[in-house]
Design a protein around this ligand. Structure first.
Ligand code: MGD
Ligand code: MGD
Ligand code: SF4
Ligand code: MO
Length: 731
């Protein structure tokens, strides 16, 4: 190798933005070529860990299918157009539709990767303000909405979500989460498998409650199967035991709590025996679990997707908080704690009076409640399809694929062509964006800087890291935030009433995402402020650190951090208490019916990232992963064997999918992963299309929701499964 070539090599350190774990990566490049991606051994948080997905940093960067220029849909396919033409057309169409039909006639949907791009998030927020429509939707309502809901009611701020103090706890109870595969969610913890092993090595225990014996369950001391959707009953029963056996010990927070007696009262109605049939869990085991949890030196109960995206999501998240609180594990080392990030977005928002909101408005067709300024995405299709005043006529999507990711995606897919106008900020022509009139593609991660505005708030340890761009962005391309900025000015061009006043206009222009972070860090609780001699944090210092700065373990911060009136915690917010009746009625009714049918749950696997990493060979090769898991007994009754094709039917749709017979799922439960279904026409995802799979959200149901929060119930969907032959007798 010639010296000239080797001097061209360089090493770049950054944070992987693909999931919540925030691993540090070391990328070796020669010129524009990426030679290798490894874990950054010196990253203060991840210490060298990465997962297989880190290679997607290279794959997506180099993907020939990834758009670099704006495109317009024509009768003869997609044509490239100039940015200025694109912005003009978008603004003209949106302004026109808003002027004719009112501002809410233009809706927005923001997807998950926006949260992994701080600049996209800040720019997008600016754009949404300028759009001035109350018809906002996002992936929140197919995900963590119940966490925000409960944080808002209990702690006074939708972002005040307690995080398991994983590295110090002696007892981790995981309900409906699979962090070994997902790498942790609302629990940013790189190298989580090692952390879980360490937990056990120091004498701690892990218990997993899940209808599937997951990869996390494999690592745990105890795994209990639970009937999908019944976790709230289990939690009530555990609380009942803790009250009856006098194990309540809220500790330091005792004199801050309101409503403890009321909690005692309603839990009294649910001893373990009364919920055994519905949950499928032995009452002795429930008792034992409750006692062990309460007696543990420190303990934390953590619930994720399985208990959020189900019919009683908000109740589950509330009862989980109560369990942590009454056992004295909230805000205590080894329990559930709050972060104190360098850029304290929670404190900043609260400073502007923004803590969250609930039920200020309802959707037009079904009357679903708003939360935090957004409507549940389960209502999106009907708001497009139902005629009348207030109908959605145009849609802006950014970093999302709701056709594959939201319940009854098929119906949304049918609704999109009826829009007068649709524009997507995305770099793929996928199942959703193919319906757009225009697609505006932003740069990809390696061409931009990175800062975890959100995930530092949700991490198991306080750390801070900032990544500079690896490559200069290609000529003629724009970052997400620049696209949003241009859209904002174009809107003002066609509707001068939206022109910001002089100072505001100047400020908007000056306050680039990077300056926002610099200010946020400087003025945050750990920042240098304006003192030039201070040795506290500035963005410059964070950048110089290269591998991040460790700010230490989570620290108790209550009651000071509480955003509630008088800094008290009301354990019994009225909407949640009232929702207990819905829970009881549901199980009374379902006990009366015979439930011979199967219920469907989801799953994730290590080489996916929702719907968008299937266009690289290494992420799709090998045996088909989009399969139906089914218990041997259930399979036998339907004469299904491993590898057979089955038909799965639900109220909303039908898919045909290979069966994988396994004892890993409990009887009566089947599982299909989401994010597949790339067989739709008109995609520009050449590799993904060859490994299409089916979309589980063609089976999930937009009317099956957590009625309290409006979150989608993606788990626990009633389905019927039969051998494919039964549907094709001719074969
Ligand atoms: N049945 C079922 N459904 C589910 C789930 C489930 O467990 N079961 N999980 C739910 C969850 S938790 C989530 S978060 C949602 C995700 O749902 P969505 O956010 O709607 O979908 P994604 O698959 O994440 O699609 C992301 C899109 O963003 C684009 N993208 C990637 N990076 C960028 C970027 O930097 N800028 C822009 N502008 N675009 C970018 C990709 O090309 C892709 O098109 O799915 C939900 N749907
Ligand atoms: N590899 C990979 N990692 C990812 C993602 C990905 O797509 N692929 N997506 C990322 C995103 S956006 C998110 S939000 C996180 C999600 O992170 P997690 O929540 O950890 O991931 P899931 O695999 O959805 O775990 C949900 C678990 O709940 C179980 N479950 C289903 N129904 C019920 C029920 O009724 N009760 C109980 N107790 N359990 C139930 C399922 O069997 C499953 O094991 O993962 C992130 N990380
Ligand atoms: S665990 Fe998440 S952050 Fe870490 S390398 Fe994998 S995808 Fe990236
Ligand atoms: Mo998510």
């Amino acid at each position: 190798m010639s010296a000239a070539i080797s001097t061209d090599e360089r090493i770049h350190y950054r944070t992987c933005h693909l999931c919540e774990a925030m691993c540090g990566v070391e990328i070796r490049v020669r010129g524009k070529e990426i030679l290798s991606i490894r874990g950054d051994e010196r990253d203060v948080f991840s210490r060298g860990h990465i997962c297989p997905k880190a290679l997607a940093l290279k794959d997506v960067h180099e993907d020939a299918d990834r758009l670099r220029k704006p495109v317009r849909r024509t009768a003869n396919g997609w044509e490239e157009i100039s940015w200025s033409e694109a912005f003009d057309e978008v603004a003209k169409r949106l302004v026109d539709i808003q002027q004719r039909h009112g501002r809410d006639a233009v809706a927005s949907y923001v997807g998950n990767p926006q949260v992994h791009s701080y600049a996209g998030l800040l720019g997008g927020a600016k754009f949404l303000r300028a759009l001035h429509s109350r018809n906002r939707y996002s992936a929140t309502s197919v995900d963590q909405l119940p966490h925000h809901f409960v944080a808002y009611f209990l702690y006074g701020h939708q972002l005040m979500i307690p995080i398991p103090d994983l590295d110090r706890t002696r007892f981790l109870l995981v309900i409906g989460g699979n962090p070994v595969v997902s790498n942790g969610s609302l629990m940013s913890a790189p190298d989580i498998t090692r952390r879980l092993k360490d937990l056990r090595a120091r004498g701690g225990r892990i218990v997993v409650i899940d209808p599937r014996r997951t990869e996390t369950a494999e690592l745990a001391d105890t795994h209990l199967f639970v009937r999908p959707g019944s976790d709230a009953l289990l939690l009530l029963a555990m609380l009942q035991v803790i009250f009856v056996e006098d194990l309540v010990a809220p500790g330091a927070l005792a004199d801050r709590l309101d409503g403890l007696d009321e909690v005692r009262e309603f839990c009294r109605l649910h001893p373990p025996e009364s919920v055994a049939a519905a949950t499928g869990i032995d009452p002795h085991k429930m008792r034992e679990l409750a006692r062990d949890f309460a007696h543990a030196e420190t303990a934390v109960c953590y619930g994720r997707m399985g208990v959020s995206t189900q019919q009683f999501g908000a109740l589950c998240q509330w009862l989980i908080q109560l369990l942590n609180i009454v056992t004295g594990n909230l805000d205590q080392p080894g329990g559930a704690m709050f972060t104190r990030p360098a850029f304290d977005i929670l404190g900043l928002a609260a400073g502007f009076g923004q803590r969250g909101s609930f039920n200020k408005r309802r959707t037009r067709v079904r009357g679903l409640p708003e939360f935090g300024g957004e409507f549940p995405v389960s209502a999106l299709a009907e708001e497009i399809l139902t005629p009348g005043q207030g109908k959605i006529r145009a849609l802006v999507t950014a970093a999302g694929n709701p056709v594959l990711s939201t319940p009854n995606g098929r119906r949304l897919e049918e609704a999109l062509p009826g829009l007068e106008f649709m524009v997507s900020v995305d770099f793929y022509i996928n199942e959703t964006t193919r319906h757009a009139h225009l697609i505006l593609p932003p740069t990809y991660a390696l061409e931009r800087d990175h800062f975890d505005l959100i995930f530092h708030v949700l991490a198991i340890r306080n750390t801070v890291r900032y990544s500079t761009p690896l490559f200069e962005k290609a000529e003629g391309t724009l970052h997400d935030w620049q696209i949003f900025d241009c859209l904002v000015s174009s809107l003002a061009k066609y509707d001068p009433s939206r022109k910001p006043r002089l100072f505001k206009g100047w400020l908007d222009h000056w306050l680039t995402p990077r300056r926002s972070v610099a200010l946020g860090i400087r003025l945050g609780g750990r920042g240098a402020g304006w003192n030039p001699f201070s040795r506290r944090l500035t963005l410059g210092r964070v950048i110089d650190s290269q591998h991040g700065i460790d700010l230490g373990p989570l620290e108790p911060c209550l009651p000071a951090r509480l955003q509630t009136p008088q800094q008290r915690i009301n354990l019994v917010p009225a909407p949640l208490v009232a929702d207990l009746d819905r829970l009881r009625n549901h199980f009374k009714a379902s006990a009366a019916e015979s439930t011979a049918d199967l219920v469907l749950i989801g799953r994730r696997d290590p080489r996916t990232n929702n719907s968008w990493l299937h266009n690289a060979k290494r992420f799709v090769k090998g045996p088909q992963r989009c399969t139906l898991l089914m218990h041997p007994g259930d399979a036998e009754r339907r004469q299904l064997r491993n590898g057979d094709l089955a038909t799965v039917n639900s109220r909303t749709g039908k898919v045909e999918i290979p069966v994988e017979v396994t004892e890993e799922v409990m009887p009566g439960v089947v599982s299909i992963p989401h994010g597949w279904g790339h067989h739709r026409p008109g995609l520009q995802l050449r590799i993904a299309m060859q490994h299409a799979g089916v979309s589980v959200n063609d089976l999930t149901d937009e009317t099956f929701i957590d009625a309290l929060s409006g979150n989608a119930a993606l788990n626990g969907v009633a389905v019927r499964v039969s051998a494919l032959a039964a549907y094709h007798p001719a074969r």
